[in-house]
Write a protein of this length. Structure first.
Length: 84
């Protein structure tokens, strides 16, 4: 079984191996002083995490404000005078 937990000192000395395992297998956890510090994962896995679940159109369509008649017109009044 391939372990996916690395101590920081091992991760630094075997960084190429760490990256290779992250790309091939699964995310790799790096610990510092015995505590989980960071996770190294492949770029493809990262893209899956940050990709929005919905597109922008679906987001607005599903909004609770979608059916409301909002007044978004701008005021035609002049701005107030401010003393500088």
């Amino acid at each position: 079984m391939i372990s996916n937990v690395w101590q920081l000192q091992d991760a630094k000395s075997k960084f190429s191996q760490l990256v290779a395992r992250a790309m091939k297998n699964k995310p790799q956890v790096v610990t510092k002083h015995g505590n989980n510090a960071v996770v190294i994962l492949s770029f493809e896995e990262y893209q899956k995490i940050i990709k929005p679940k919905k597109g922008l159109v679906e987001f607005f369509r599903d909004s609770p404000l979608a059916g409301l008649d909002l007044d978004i017109s701008r005021s035609r009044e002049l701005p107030r005078d401010i003393e500088l």
